[in-house]
Structure formats: C-alpha cells, structure tokens
Design a protein around this ligand. Structure first.
Ligand SMILES: [Zn+2]
Length: 411
C-alpha cells in the first residue's frame, strides 16, 4: 500500500504518513506521520497562541485505534517551540490531548467503553492495565466536563452516603433540576457543607438558591441558614422514609433478642422483607410476612406504621397533610414502640420543613436516584479512592440518563 493510502485511512487532519511497517506475526502496524506541507501553524501548548520559532524537532509514539486485527501505533513528528511568553514549550496537537502515549480518539474509545463496563472489563478488552484505563477515563471525563455548560443552581439537594468504616461519610450536593451531583465532601459536618458554599459558589449564586432538599440533620440546616438564607428547607420523603426504615429495623432487632427459640428463626433474615413496600412484594413474599405478623403483633404494627407514613406525600394541600400526620402520630399511643415515638418527635420538630413539600415544588426522587447511582458505581468500581473521578463519573451518568436503569432496579 502506498503512503498516500495510509494517510487517507489514518485520517489525521493536517498529517501525512511517510513510512509504514507491518509486523504480520505480531499483528502490529506502525505508521510514521508528519505535517502536510500546507499545515504550518504552530500553537504553543502553554498559552494557546500562535508561535513561529521552532527550537527542535522530535518524535512521539502513541497508540491509536486498531486497524482491523492490527494494533496500531503512530509515530508523530513534533516541534518544540520558542514562545515569547512561555519560553520553550511543546506545540499543541489536536490528536494528542495529554502526555500519555495515546491518541485522542483512542482515549475516547476507552472512555466510552467505561460508561457501560467496569474498568476491569475494559482493561481486558484493550489489553491495558486497569490503572491506565482509569487514568484515561478520568481525562476523558475532564475534557467532557470542561466544554459543557452548567445549569444554574436553584434547587439543591444535600445527602450523605456511608462509604465504610474507615472513610465514613460523604456529603453529596446535587442540582435537583438537572438531576446531577455537583460536589462531594468528606464527612457530614456543618463545616463540610460550609466548604461547598465557600469554594463552589459566589455570593450571587448562593442568593439564587430558592429551595434545598435535605435530611433532618441539624448540621446541614445550620449551614444552609447561614449561607443560603433565602432557600426554603424541604425534608423530603426519601430521607424521612429512611428514618422510618431505621425504626422498623430497631423494632425487628428488639423482638429478635427479646424472644427466643422459634421466634428468633422467624424474624431472622426478614430485614429486607420488612423494608420493602407491600405493593412491591410478590404473593409468596406477602405470605411470608403474614406468617411473621401472625406471630408477632409488634412487628406487624411497626410495618403498618411505616406503610401508612409513606402515604403522607399523596397530599399536596398543607392542611390535609398536617391532619394526616397528626392522625398518624395519634396511632402510636399505647403501642409502646419506642423507635416510632422517637421518629414522631423528630417529625414534630421538623414540621415546617415537612410541610414545605406543599409550598415549594421541587423534584422528588432525584436525591434518591443520585444516591443509587453512586452506590452502583462504588459497588462496581472499587477504584474510587479519587473522589474527583467518582464525581465526574456520577455526573456523566446523570447526564446520559444511565441513572434510571439503576433507579428502577433499586425500587
Ligand atoms: Zn506560550
């Protein structure tokens, strides 16, 4: 094949192939390229300005997309330029986005593959180490992030994710309108959220926030009142139902320890069932729960209380919502279910923010979806010691709407 044909097949704008080498047993193809005659505009990689003076010529070898069965390497002739502002610099070339030995379109292929498969799988497919795949993916996401427009933050969500015994909590701030996470912070203190307001938003941007969906967790509310006083605080269903689930779990455990013998065996392993909504259970699972309820009235009562609390958000009129909640709390009398009494007290203390659901229209379920996405990523990846990478990954997931897959599975 003539070099001219290789130039057309390679398709690097402004570059021509002047030498090629085929290693048939090794299934490798190597192409040497240099600038076409008319392509002489040199750009400084430091400042992005045009430079005329060339200091030296050198070669770089990068891996490009494969050509049929052949792994392809391109050896590119490059210039080091003398920039009046930056001094000695390498020239900027569109096909070489970083110092790593890969072409831009090769990195894009790896990055796209990482959107639907784990780093381990992609590494096997491209015959690269996993750490290299993650580094390529991170650069791919950084480039995507740098050129996209970010919507204004008016409705914010604040959530916490438990990462594990060592790293503990991660605070997640999200944009409820665009449905994407914006920022991660270690821990879940007031100072954690303070840092978001201080480092990520200007005073004007903080003033634009009109609503915030948060958990009933005082440090977050205090930080919000300080930095975004105009934002109405909304305690959303997702978080409140998490507390209800914690209460039911406490009742189940207490019953498990209180009663011995047969009861122990029956309550054991029913955690997941008790946390599931009745409507989502199959006939078989409902039967299992009914058997449990027949033997333990307290667990049954706790389950019914959780189920009925869920209906609180079917009300959009404040008065009706308040009445329903009051009736719910009245049902607790004489039940001696301490975990639910504690929950009721918490709800009374946070009444205003609960009723804000009727006053401020925010997208519910977003915090839950983002939370689910991050957990899916963490389960699949393991390589997320780098929080920046995890954030970009979750943002990309939200924008490409991969979220709903994860969300529906969790429900
Ligand atoms: Zn420069």
């Amino acid at each position: 094949m003539r070099d001219n044909d290789w130039t057309r097949i390679l398709g690097w704008p402004g570059y021509r192939v002047w030498q090629s080498e085929i290693d048939e047993p090794g299934k490798r193809l190597k192409l040497w390229v240099r600038r076409k005659r008319g392509n002489l505009v040199l750009i400084c990689s430091g400042c992005g300005k045009r430079v005329r003076e060339i200091a030296e010529v050198y070669e770089r070898e990068v891996r490009d997309l494969p050509c049929f069965e052949y792994r392809t390497t391109v050896v590119i002739e490059l210039y080091r330029v003398k920039c009046p502002d930056c001094g000695l610099k390498t020239e900027r070339v569109a096909q070489l986005p970083s110092k790593a030995p890969f072409s831009k379109r090769f990195e894009e292929a790896v990055g796209e593959a990482c959107e639907s498969a784990s780093a381990r799988q992609v590494a096997r497919r491209f015959a690269l180490p996993q750490s290299t795949v993650r580094a390529i993916d991170l650069r791919y996401l950084e480039r995507w992030n740098a050129q996209r427009k970010r919507p204004a933050l008016r409705h914010m969500g604040v959530d916490e994710i438990f990462l594990g015994k060592k790293t503990k909590f991660l605070t997640v701030v999200s944009n409820l309108e665009s449905g994407e996470p914006l920022w991660f912070g270690r821990d879940r203190k007031k100072e954690t959220l303070d840092e978001f307001f201080q480092t990520e938003l200007s005073k004007r941007q903080r003033g634009q926030i009109t609503a915030a969906c948060v958990d009933m967790w005082a440090p977050y509310s205090i930080s919000l009142q300080q930095w975004a006083p105009k934002a109405a605080i909304v305690y959303d269903k997702f978080h409140i139902m998490q507390h209800a689930n914690a209460a039911i779990e406490e009742v189940r455990r207490a019953e498990f320890f209180r009663k011995g013998g047969a009861m122990r065996g029956l309550v054991k392993g029913k955690r997941w069932l008790l946390l599931s909504r009745w409507v989502h259970l199959s006939a078989d699972k409902r039967q299992q729960l009914n058997e449990l309820f027949a033997l333990n009235r307290r667990v049954m009562k706790a389950y019914l209380l959780k189920e009925s609390l869920d209906r609180l958000w079917t009300y959009t009129y404040e008065g009706a919502m308040l009445r329903y909640l009051q009736n719910w709390i009245r049902q607790l009398r004489w039940q001696r279910l301490r975990p639910f009494e504690k929950l009721a007290n918490t709800l009374i203390d946070h009444l205003d923010g609960i009723l804000n659901y009727c006053r401020v229209k925010v997208r519910f379920g977003v915090v839950e979806a983002i939370n689910g996405n991050i957990k899916t990523l963490l389960r699949r990846g393991r390589g997320y010691k780098n929080l920046r990478y995890l954030l970009l990954k979750a943002q990309r997931m939200a924008v490409t709407k991969t979220e709903f897959v994860a969300f529906q599975k969790a429900a």
